[in-house]
Design a binder for this molecule. Structure first.
Ligand SMILES: [Ca+2]
Ligand SMILES: [Ca+2]
Length: 111
């Protein structure tokens, strides 16, 4: 009887550990910095989306502001579009545009 309890408690601990691991893995998502339209690359369309958004022109619902805010200041600005343009012509990339960023999908998105 004691042995059975011990086996059950070990199995329970393993199941809880697995559930915890799976939850923490599924909470993480990724995006490409600068990929405002979520097309998996950074190009002129991302710049267009940002400029449209700044001009209050509707953008498709694939627009992802977190990826568009390439300087990471929490604001969508013309400088974000300019930084992507500079990246696209290989002038400079101080904000690691085009690199994969991991984030917790339970964080509130920047809208
Ligand atoms: Ca894109
Ligand atoms: Ca910004």
């Amino acid at each position: 009887m004691k042995k059975r309890r011990r086996i059950i408690s070990v199995m329970f601990a393993v199941v809880m550990l697995l559930a915890l691991t799976m939850c923490s893995v599924s909470a993480l998502s990724t995006y490409i910095r600068g990929d405002a339209d979520r097309s998996d690359n950074v190009d002129a369309i991302d710049v267009t989306y940002i400029l449209r958004k700044l001009s209050n022109i509707p953008v498709p619902n694939t627009f992802f502001q977190r990826a568009a805010d390439v300087n990471g200041d929490g604001e969508l600005e013309v400088v974000d579009a300019t930084l992507i343009q500079r990246y696209n012509v290989n002038i400079s990339n101080p904000y690691k545009i085009g690199e994969i960023v991991k984030y917790d999908e339970y964080e509130l998105p920047v809208v």
